[in-house]
Design a protein around this ligand. Structure first.
Ligand code: SAH
Length: 362
């Protein structure tokens, strides 16, 4: 009985066609008795021409489209809201997934090209104290296609080419390892958008085993580590994940990443007034990363209404940067993009949640 139930359930779950590699798609298409070149056509419609649905695929017969629709799920995110910054043109998108969850993504225009920041999970279970994305915990992982379609939907909406992708939105990408890797494989594929590995950044709060596993993949992507504290004690105050991994273990994993890939590590350090922004903090930071080939991004913390952390004063931020530079450590202050729209990670989604709830209540 259980077996029958399971069989029935499995037969209801359709394969997610946009998460398949070209090779996997070829196998599926051939098993359906179709010619292999159809797979290449379909793949290009999805990953190069960024089709929203099967009906846009003009060189695919309506018969085949019907069969495909029965057999496969076609992920296409629905734009629920877009905010555009009047200051710098940054756009923040809120997308609705097919099960009613929401994710946010950001589009930023830089001199060197357009960047998209994507989410990797619905919510997050890492619990960083200053982060809005983690307040309601983790709902679920995003599939490769849901990560891809954030980039595709933004590219369709702006009509512009995306040259950089940063996995720095809601979620912990290394807590969704397999899907992240598949996403990277698909977005860098020459038959798709063909974004260079060097133009992809993955940011982690420091999950040591997956960091080492990623190093062994020997990809050319940039690994960004959210450090936010220069000692184990300071890090623990802001990031519960520090209870699981000691700061020295995390730094050792960063050194290993560089050794395996030759890619310079980026450290993210959010400056919180009175918590991690003193001369002593800067000194400890210099000692911690001594001799590493790295870059530090200093980010004045973006206050969220659920917590009372404040951003460091401008003079303290500059002082912190000077201390690092006097020790020949490359440090930049992150340019704040889209300050006039819901800035911090997860704020747009939370605000939207609030609106939905109050609509429901009222
Ligand atoms: N989970 C991953 C990626 C998502 S968060 C990570 O921890 O790196 C992306 C970056 O934004 C992280 O460095 C995170 O610590 C930082 N961040 C989150 N909320 C912030 C806030 N309110 N102010 C400043 N930085 C914040």
């Amino acid at each position: 009985m259980d077996f029958l139930l399971q069989f029935w359930r499995c037969s209801l779950i359709k394969t997610d066609i946009k998460s398949l590699s070209l090779q996997e798609l070829k196998t599926e298409i051939e098993n359906m008795g179709e010619k292999a070149f159809r797979a290449k056509q379909l793949y290009e419609w999805m990953h190069k021409k960024l089709a929203r649905n099967y009906s846009e695929m003009s060189n695919i017969s309506s018969n085949l489209k019907e069969v495909l629709a029965q057999k496969f799920d076609y992920v296409s995110l629905k734009e629920a809201e877009v905010q555009t910054s009047k200051l710098d043109g940054t756009r923040k998108y809120l997308f609705e997934l097919s099960d009613g969850h929401f994710v946010e993504s950001v589009w930023m225009k830089y001199h060197h090209g357009n960047s998209v920041c994507i989410s990797s999970q619905v919510g997050c279970r890492m619990g960083c104290r200053f982060c809005a994305s983690t307040i309601d915990g983790l709902a679920r992982n995003l599939t490769p296609s849901e990560m891809l379609d954030q980039v595709y939907a933004i590219s369709r909406s702006t009509g512009e080419r995306v040259s950089n992708v940063v996995v720095m939105g809601t979620g912990e990408p290394l807590d969704n390892y397999e899907n992240l890797l598949k996403f990277i494989q698909l977005i860098t594929d020459e038959n798709g958008l063909h974004i260079s590995q060097r133009n992809i950044t993955v940011s982690t709060c420091g999950l040591v085993e997956p960091m080492r596993r990623l190093a062994d993949e020997k990809l050319q992507i940039t690994l960004a580590l959210s450090l936010h504290g220069s000692t184990q004690e300071k890090r623990k105050e802001l990031m519960p994940i520090a209870n699981q991994y000691d700061i020295h273990e995390v730094i050792a994993a960063c050194r290993y990443y560089f050794a395996q890939t030759g890619r310079r590590i980026t450290f993210e350090y959010s400056l919180v007034a009175g918590v991690n922004d003193t001369d002593e903090d800067a000194e400890n930071l210099c000692r911690l990363i001594d001799g590493m080939n790295c870059h530090i991004n200093l980010i004045p913390v973006n206050p969220i209404k659920e917590r009372d952390y404040r951003a460091s004063a401008r003079s303290d931020v500059l002082n912190f940067q000077n201390k690092l530079e006097s020790r020949h450590i490359n440090a930049t202050i992150r340019r704040e993009m889209g300050q006039d729209i819901d800035g911090a990670c997860g704020q747009l989604r939370r605000r939207y949640h609030g609106k939905e709830e109050s609509l429901g209540d009222g």
